[in-house]
Structures are given as structure tokens and as C-alpha cells.
Design a protein around this ligand. Structure first.
Ligand SMILES: *[C@@H]1O[C@H](CO)[C@@H](O)[C@H](O)[C@H]1NC(C)=O
Ligand SMILES: *[C@@H]1O[C@H](CO)[C@@H](O)[C@H](O)[C@H]1NC(C)=O
Ligand SMILES: *[C@@H]1O[C@H](CO)[C@@H](O)[C@H](O)[C@H]1NC(C)=O
Ligand SMILES: *[C@@H]1O[C@H](CO)[C@@H](O)[C@H](O)[C@H]1NC(C)=O
Ligand SMILES: *[C@@H]1O[C@H](CO)[C@@H](O)[C@H](O)[C@H]1NC(C)=O
Ligand SMILES: *[C@@H]1O[C@H](CO)[C@@H](O)[C@H](O)[C@H]1NC(C)=O
Ligand SMILES: *[C@@H]1O[C@H](CO)[C@@H](O)[C@H](O)[C@H]1NC(C)=O
Ligand SMILES: *[C@@H]1O[C@H](CO)[C@@H](O)[C@H](O)[C@H]1NC(C)=O
Ligand SMILES: *[C@@H]1O[C@H](CO)[C@@H](O)[C@H](O)[C@H]1NC(C)=O
Ligand SMILES: *[C@@H]1O[C@H](CO)[C@@H](O)[C@H](O)[C@H]1NC(C)=O
Ligand SMILES: *[C@@H]1O[C@H](CO)[C@@H](O)[C@H](O)[C@H]1NC(C)=O
Length: 799
């Protein structure tokens, strides 16, 4: 390898070195193998538990030692014509980066119509199913690999969902950090096993879209000094917002995208404490931090970006290059030490080598990358997510769900039909809330960079018609796909009465009326309210006033206001369908007809009254450095409702089934089990009685429970473990925190034991003074149930 003069430079005075690691991890051979020259990276191999990653790190270090300064500077820059990618780095052909590292948007799928539109992450969260979360990541990872994209921008775990109005909440799994942490871990694993980087985003505090880049709505112009400042205390940062990111690091996540907002007064992408101290030291992150400058909107300053932890600028408009030629003079005069640049490149190349990305095909966004496997997986995920919130069976079993041999079935509402503008895609980023009140049609996805075009999209009318044909006596399916119930009248000459609306006539002869309603959300814009679009509540009320078997199907990014129809006697069933992707309507049809037994659970809380949701939002005037002060700490979503003793309409973790289940025999026993990270240990410390102890992520207790299907149809139930911290806990903690979930699939009468592994970290809180996690002495209650409020049995342990 060609050496250059810079090899001899001493290690930077910048103290990036990782603190001592207590865990036994295999060591890198790099320090010995370079003729005595120390690896010139702040990143070390300490913490890697995988030889493959250690080897990749060594390879990256020695490769960078052979790069010329010009090559290094060049590699930090991006290409202005990104070739279909959302961002494209510069090539290093001698190691197989022939076109540049390609980052490609997600998270519901690739931004190409030749790929699968998967269910959105909120839908995945609702499955509470480890296998499905992992399967979706594998299927998506395969598609990005076939596309030739090194880095899918696809695992969104921030926003956490602090505000119910957050425009991007649907792009993430849940406001619960444990559920999101499990989803992050499994998703990173699934993507990286397919040879693409499991990038997670946005680190951290991007909890609202309003003023995220200094403008009230949207993306431009980017006004740095008006960018919202998320003021987050350190304990909440660790206990809530960075919790899933820590899981992603342990699983090996090769890249993080930082956030648009400020955190505590400096931009998240230029925040020394956040990126260099919290992320790279405490959490021991081994990968690279990416942002975009003026186009993506989060990077602003060359020196602050490069010194404070951003490793790569994804893309910018022409005037927005922060690295490359813009960085060169600062490196030349020592403002930015060359070691800092080396560190960045080593971080970028380590995952590249570890995932063997030289074998990726040439990036081609016109290549068809969908597959039957993806389609199947997308459908199964939505089937596992659909959440039955209400179901009132009549005595004769003919009302409610599943449908009981209907002869005539009526589908009502524009959301039962294809969107007038065609398949939802983001080419125009065109849904803008009130700006586009004419929105209509079935929505399988949200809008913005996080949405994905679909190669096809079956609408509910098509899917239900097809399914109805398969009944022994085929179902006659009719539809009324207006949202205004008085659209069109049967002429008086036929009725002798001019007031008979089409919808009335249809309602009179149909056995069941399924009303489809929608709410929408998108990047760049927060939801302004929780109303259904196009007067959805009016439509439901109109139908329910006239039909005693009114079934409601809601496609939505998160909670909607159900107060006007939820208690209506004639609303016999409510099915929550989230954003189901291209196979969403198929899953809805299968569920309505009972081929699929619903087993999804709400990954968020639906309030009885919208005013029950806390503000958790900066909605003040546009000013310099507007502050969103996260004073509520960790009390978001159900933790707020529990602490304030507010009865929700449907609680976190709630969802009904066509069967019934019982959870019993909950037992706990101490169990000491090592849980090494699959790729990288963090440097988070754990204290007991102010003394440091080891094994933060090791299992301390095992909780078991029996789950029995007591009904007459096969189905799945999600057993959920909730922790109550002891009264001696120094931090204010919620009454209940999710710490385990398990979803057995059970035949009628069948019973299965579920096991939850409770780790020390699951029982710990963040001690600001010690700068680490701490366990308190006292009684820890562990409750197992089928929602955050339906608890079967509680056990406890004393520490
Ligand atoms: C810098 O990157 C461009 C491609 O983006 C390439 O044409 C050029 O040769 C590179 N320069 C060096 C010194 O590697
Ligand atoms: C904020 O930035 C704008 C330009 O975007 C500038 O005109 C204005 O003076 C700045 N305000 C303050 C208080 O820095
Ligand atoms: C934000 O500031 C508070 C108060 O100074 C401090 O306790 C906390 O550690 C800071 N958080 C971050 C993420 O920098
Ligand atoms: C760079 O960061 C420092 C410290 O966070 C801050 O004071 C300064 O204003 C920043 N400079 C620019 C140009 O953003
Ligand atoms: C280094 O170069 C940059 C860009 O030319 C300049 O702005 C900065 O003042 C220089 N710093 C020093 C210490 O010379
Ligand atoms: C006209 O039709 C409406 C709606 O179906 C019905 O309520 C009303 O009784 C009818 N009136 C007459 C005179 O038939
Ligand atoms: C913020 O305030 C504006 C103006 O009062 C209002 O239209 C909007 O609904 C509010 N948004 C939220 C999320 O509170
Ligand atoms: C329920 O529907 C029936 C028609 O099937 C209607 O007569 C009745 O008034 C409705 N009930 C309510 C509470 O609206
Ligand atoms: C619902 O309405 C239908 C048609 O009007 C009627 O035959 C049936 O008895 C009603 N069922 C219930 C449970 O009210
Ligand atoms: C919802 O809350 C608001 C404000 O607290 C109150 O005015 C309203 O009556 C409540 N609505 C219901 C249906 O309870
Ligand atoms: C946030 O709120 C806390 C508690 O009220 C207060 O101490 C702190 O100064 C506030 N921070 C900012 C930046 O407004």
C-alpha cells in the first residue's frame, strides 16, 4: 500500500479514545500489524465482538494509511448528480467503490416503483412480532442489495413520537423505546445480513416538523437560526430517545443519520457533546454519522460538522458542499487534523468491508427488485399488524367481524377506491395537509422521503371483490366511493319520493356496510389535528345512523379522533389498518372474511378526548432559536396517561382477536446469563451503590407465563411484560414501562409458555452524576398481560 507523509503524524490531541471496556471482547491485531505505526483513528476495535468486524476495521485502517491527502479529501465529498441515489459519495475504484457509496431513501421501501412498497414502520410496530420485524428487514435488505445501494436510509427510530401530531411518527415503530429498540436491533440485523448498511435515523430529538429547518412547514428555505432547539435532559436522552440507538449499535449498525433540529443549543449534526461524547464515546458507535447540508437541511458549517462528529455529507445543493474542497483548506492549516479525516474514512470503510460491499451490483434504479418473497412478507406483516379495536357480535353472530356469509356487502368512502391521482408516490411530495384538501383514495403509505412508490396497489374494493368471489355463494360487492353521503339521488320517478340518496338505497339492501376512512401525514409538516380526512366522522355517523352493521376500517399514520363514532351502537367493528403497503388491502380483505385472525396491538395510545394528549410541541412564534423544552422527561404516550391517571379510549398494547386468550402462571426467577452484543459493545456503565459493576446488557431475571387460546379459532396473542420501578428509584419513572413481548400463535385450546429475558439495563435508570446507569434497591414489579392496562398477573423481585 502506498504510504504518504501523513502516516507519520502523531495521534491528534483531540481526545476521542474510547474508555476502558469491561467486557471481554476480541482485540484487533491492527496495532501490531503496521510496523509499529499506531492506527491513526480515534475509533478502536475495542468493543467489537465479531472477528469479521475487527478484520474489516483493520483493513480500513491500513487502506486509509495508503491514501493520499487528495484522495481522502475527495472521498469525504459527494457527487452532485446522485444517480437516483439520495446521496452518492465519490468512488474508490481500487476497493470496488466504482460509482461511490450510494445512500437510498426508505423506510417503507426504495424510492422506485420497481420495488416493493412495504408496510410503514408504525404498521410493523403494531405486529409486536419479532419474527415479522426481522422478516421485513430481510426482504427489504435484499431489495436494496439487488438495487446496488450500499446504505438504505431506512430504519427510522427518531422521532420517538413525543407529540401525537408529529408528521413523521408513522415512519417509526412506536413511542415506546423498548418496542422500538427491539425493532431497531432486528432491523439492523436483517438489513446487514443482506450486505447493506442498517442505517438508523435521526439522532436525535427531531420530534416535530414545524421549524425543523427554520420554516413553519416543509423544507425550504432553510433558516438555521430559526431551527427548533430540542432541550433534552441527559436521563431522558438515555432512558428514552437514545435507547433504541444503543440497541442498533450493539447489532452493528454501520451508519447513523443525525437530525435537522438543534439539541441544547447546537445543531444535532454539529453537536460535540451529542455526537463525540454520547454517541461515539459512551455508546461506542463504530460507524459513520451522515447528514446532508442545504438540501437535506441538517449540516451548516464545515468546521463544526467535521470536528463535532459528522463524518459524511450526504447531499446538498451545489452551493452546499461542506466537505471535499470546502474542507481542504481547514485540513491544510490544521484546523481540522488529518486524524479526524482518517477517522471518518475508517468509519465509512469498516462497514463497507465487513458487509463485503464490493460484491454489490452496479446501482440501477430502473432494475426491477421486487419479488414474490417481498410481496408475501409485506402481506404477512400487515396481516399481523391489523388491530381490531371494537367488535360487537350480535346474538345471531351475523353482525361484527368476521363477516358472516353476507349476500350483499357495501363498501363506503373514497378510501375504499384507488386514489384519483393514482398510486401514491412521492414524485411531487404532493400531499400538504390543508394545501390539498381534495385528497382521496386508499392510502397505503404516507408522504415525503419516507414513502415509497408501489409497482401496483390493490385498493379495498378490488381486494374485497376478489375475496368475496371465493365464498361458496359469491358475495355481491357494491361500493359508494364518495365521502359526501348525499352525492347523487335516485330519481323521484322510481321512488315516488325525491329524497332517496344512492347511499340510502344501497344501505337498505346490504347486509353489512364497511366504511373506509383515512388520516394522512408527511415529512416536513406536522398534523394540524387528529381528524379523519374529508369529513370521515360525518360519513361514519351517516352510515351508522342508517345501518345496524357498520364496520369501520381506518388507514392512518397514528391516532385519530374517534369520539364521534366509537360508541355508536351500530358501529359493530373498528379495524385499524395503519399504512399497509401494496398488500395492505389484501390483508384487510382476508381479515374481514376471517381467513386471518387479527392479532395486531396498538403501538401508541388512542385518547378518548384529543385534549387528553399533552402538547409536547413547540407551537410558538417563529423566532431565533425557538426552544422545544422536553420537560415531560420520559412521560410520553401511555406513560403520560398512566401517570396522570387518564383513561384512554384504547390503550397502548391493546387489540382484540376473533378468539380469546388467557395469560396465567406468571413466574420470575433470578437468572444470570451473558448477552454479548452481536457486533459491538457500548461503553455505558452500570452502578450499584455507586460502585461500577459489569454486564449492563446481561439477563438478570427470567419471567415466564402461560398463554392459552381459550376460543374456538386459531390466533396469536401478544403477552406483554411491564415493569414498575421501586419507590426508591431516584428518577421519576412511569407507573409501567414495557420490557418484553412475545407472540405465540395458538390453535384453539393450545397453550404455550412464553419467556421474557429481563436485562439489568431494563431495570436501571440513568444517573446524571455518575454518568451511567444505576440499579436501586427495592421491589421491582413485573406485570404480564395483554395490553398496558389488561394485566393478568404481577410478580415482583427485591434487589
Ligand atoms: C475525485 O472524485 C472524482 C469523481 O467524483 C474523480 O473523478 C476524481 O478522479 C477523484 N479525484 C481523486 C484525486 O481521487
Ligand atoms: C437569522 O438569520 C437571518 C438569515 O437567515 C439573518 O438575516 C438574521 O439576522 C439572523 N438573526 C439573528 C438574530 O441572528
Ligand atoms: C442539555 O442540557 C442540560 C442542562 O444543561 C444537560 O443536563 C443535558 O446533559 C444536556 N443534554 C444534552 C443531550 O446535551
Ligand atoms: C460552531 O460551534 C460553536 C460551539 O458549539 C458555536 O459557538 C459556533 O457558533 C458554531 N459556528 C458556526 C459557524 O455555526
Ligand atoms: C484555515 O483556513 C480557513 C479557510 O481558508 C480559514 O478560514 C481559517 O481562518 C484558517 N485557520 C487558521 C488557523 O489559519
Ligand atoms: C322518502 O325517502 C326517505 C329516505 O329513504 C324516507 O325516509 C321517507 O319516508 C320517504 N317518504 C315517502 C313519502 O315515501
Ligand atoms: C399550531 O398552531 C397553529 C396556529 O394556531 C394551529 O393551526 C395548529 O393546529 C397548531 N398545531 C399543533 C400541532 O398544535
Ligand atoms: C341503527 O340502524 C338502524 C337501521 O338498521 C336504525 O333504524 C337505527 O336508528 C340505528 N341506530 C342508531 C342508534 O342510530
Ligand atoms: C339489523 O337490521 C336488519 C335490517 O333492517 C334487521 O333485519 C335486523 O334484525 C337488525 N339486527 C339487529 C341486531 O338490530
Ligand atoms: C374534551 O376536552 C375538552 C377540553 O378539556 C372539553 O371541553 C370537552 O368537553 C371534552 N369532550 C368530551 C367529549 O369529553
Ligand atoms: C426547560 O425547562 C426547565 C424546567 O422548567 C428549565 O429549568 C430550563 O431552563 C428550560 N430550558 C430552556 C432551554 O428553556
Amino acid at each position: 500500500m502506498l504510504a504518504n507523509g501523513l502516516v507519520l503524524l502523531a495521534l491528534s490531541t483531540l481526545s476521542y479514545a474510547a474508555p476502558a471496556n469491561h467486557l471481554t471482547t476480541r482485540k484487533s491485531s491492527s496495532s501490531a500489524s503496521h510496523g509499529g505505526a499506531k492506527a491513526r483513528s480515534a475509533l478502536t476495535a475495542d468493543g467489537f465482538t465479531s472477528q469479521k468486524w475487527i478484520d474489516a476495521f483493520d483493513k480500513a485502517v491500513s487502506y486509509v494509511e495508503g491514501m493520499t491527502l487528495e484522495q481522502k479529501i475527495n472521498f469525504t465529498d459527494f457527487q452532485s448528480v446522485p444517480n437516483g441515489c439520495s446521496g452518492l459519495g465519490n468512488p474508490l475504484p481500487d476497493i470496488g467503490i466504482s460509482q461511490g457509496i450510494c445512500t437510498a431513501d426508505g423506510p417503507t421501501g426504495i424510492n422506485s416503483r420497481y420495488s416493493t412498497q412495504f408496510p410503514a414502520e408504525v404498521t410493523v410496530g403494531a405486529t409486536f412480532d419479532h419474527d415479522l420485524i426481522y422478516a421485513r428487514a430481510v426482504a427489504m435488505g435484499k431489495e436494496y442489495h439487488t438495487l446496488g445501494a450500499h446504505v438504505p436510509l431506512s430504519i427510522c427510530i427518531g422521532p420517538m413520537g413525543r407529540s401525537v401530531y408529529g408528521g413523521r411518527n408513522w415512519e417509526t415503530f412506536s413511542p415506546d423505546p423498548y418496542l422500538t429498540g427491539e425493532a431497531a436491533r432486528l432491523s439492523v440485523q436483517g438489513f446487514q445480513e443482506q450486505g447493506v448498511v442498517g442505517l438508523v435515523k435521526h439522532f436525535v430529538g427531531n420530534e416535530q416538523e414545524y421549524l425543523r429547518v427554520g420554516t413553519p412547514r416543509g423544507y425550504f428555505p432553510n433558516l438555521p437560526n430559526q431551527t427548533v432547539d430540542s432541550f433534552i435532559d441527559e436521563a431522558s436522552l438515555h432512558e428514552l430517545y437514545s435507547w433504541p440507538f444503543a440497541e442498533a449499535i450493539r447489532a452493528g449498525s454501520g451508519s447513523f443519520m443525525c437530525a435537522y433540529n438543534q439539541v441544547n443549543g447546537s445543531f444535532a449534526c454539529e453537536n460535540d457533546h451529542l455526537l463525540n461524547t454520547v454517541l461515539k464515546k459512551t455508546l461506542n458507535f463504530h460507524g459513520w454519522v451522515i447528514t446532508g447540508a442545504s438540501h437535506w437541511g441538517a449540516g451548516h458549517d464545515t468546521v463544526n460538522s467535521s470536528l463535532h462528529g459528522t463524518d459524511f455529507i450526504g447531499w446538498a445543493r451545489e452551493d452546499g458542499h461542506l466537505f471535499g474542497d470546502a474542507l481542504a483548506p481547514f485540513v491544510e492549516n490544521g484546523t481540522v487534523p488529518i486524524e479526524v479525516v482518517d477517522d471518518k474514512i475508517i468509519r465509512i470503510l469498516t462497514p463497507y468491508f465487513a458487509l463485503d460491499q464490493a460484491s454489490l451490483p452496479k446501482t440501477d434504479f430502473t432494475r426491477y427488485v421486487g419479488s414474490d418473497y417481498s410481496t408475501e412478507t409485506a402481506r404477512k406483516v400487515t396481516e399481523g399488524a391489523l388491530t381490531l379495536l371494537k367488535n360487537v357480535r350480535s346474538k345471531d353472530n351475523k353482525h361484527g367481524l368476521p363477516l358472516h356469509k353476507p349476500r350483499d356487502l357495501l363498501l363506503v368512502g373514497s378510501s375504499a377506491a384507488p386514489a384519483q391521482s393514482g398510486i401514491l408516490h412521492n414524485l411531487g411530495f404532493d400531499y400538504a395537509g390543508a394545501v390539498n384538501p381534495d385528497f382521496s383514495g386508499y392510502s397505503s403509505d404516507g408522504y415525503g422521503s419516507g414513502g415509497s412508490p408501489a409497482p401496483y396497489n390493490l385498493d379495498p374494493t378490488a381486494a374485497i371483490t376478489a375475496r368475496g368471489r371465493k365464498e361458496e355463494t359469491p358475495v355481491v360487492v357494491d361500493y359508494y366511493t364518495y365521502d359526501n353521503p348525499t352525492e347523487g339521488q335516485t330519481p323521484a320517478v322510481f321512488t315516488g319520493n325525491g329524497t332517496n340518496y344512492f347511499l340510502d338505497t344501497k344501505l337498505a339492501y346490504s347486509n353489512a356496510a364497511v366504511v373506509f376512512v383515512t388520516a394522512m401525514a408527511r415529512e416536513g409538516f406536522d398534523r394540524t389535528d387528529l381528524e379523519l380526512l374529508n369529513g370521515g366522522s360525518d360519513l361514519i355517523e351517516y352510515v351508522a345512523d342508517r345501518h345496524n352493521d357498520t364496520i369501520v376500517v381506518i388507514t392512518a399514520p397514528g391516532p385519530v379522533d374517534m369520539s364521534r363514532f366509537v360508541d355508536h351502537k351500530n358501529v359493530t367493528a373498528i379495524l385499524y389498518a395503519y399504512f399497509g403497503g401494496q398488500e395492505g388491502a389484501t390483508a384487510i380483505a382476508s381479515t374481514l372474511f376471517g381467513d386471518v385472525n387479527p392479532s395486531g396491538k396498538l403501538p401508541f395510545t388512542i385518547a378518548r378526548n384529543v385534549s387528553d394528549y399533552p402538547d409536547n410541541y413547540y407551537n410558538g412564534s417563529i423566532t431565533v432559536n425557538p426552544v422545544a423544552n422536553f420537560t415531560e422527561g420520559v412521560f410520553i404516550d401511555y406513560k403520560h396517561f398512566d401517570a396522570q391517571e387518564i383513561e384512554p379510549l384504547f390503550e397502548f398494547g391493546f387489540g382484540k382477536s376473533y378468539s380469546s386468550f388467557e395469560v396465567y402462571d406468571v413466574a420470575v426467577k433470578a437468572k444470570s446469563k451473558k448477552m454479548p452484543a452481536s457486533v459491538r459493545e457500548t461503553n455505558e456503565k452500570l452502578f450499584v451503590d455507586d460502585k461500577e459493576v459489569s454486564g449492563l446488557y446481561d439477563v438478570a431475571y427470567e419471567v415466564t407465563a402461560q398463554v392459552k387460546n381459550t376460543g374456538s379459532v386459531a390466533g396469536a396473542e401478544v403477552a406483554q411484560l411491564y415493569l414498575t420501578f421501586p419507590s426508591t428509584t431516584p428518577n421519576a419513572m412511569p407507573p409501567r414501562s414495557l420490557r418484553g413481548f412475545s407472540k405465540p400463535h395458538l390453535a384453539p385450546g393450545a397453550c404455550e409458555q412464553v419467556t421474557f429475558h429481563v436485562r439489568k439495563k431494563d431495570l436501571a435508570v440513568w444517573d446524571v452524576t455518575l454518568g451511567g446507569w444505576t440499579l436501586s434497591h427495592g421491589e421491582y414489579k413485573m406485570a404480564v398481560g395483554t395490553s398496558s392496562r389488561k394485566i393478568a398477573e404481577t410478580v415482583s423481585v427485591k434487589l
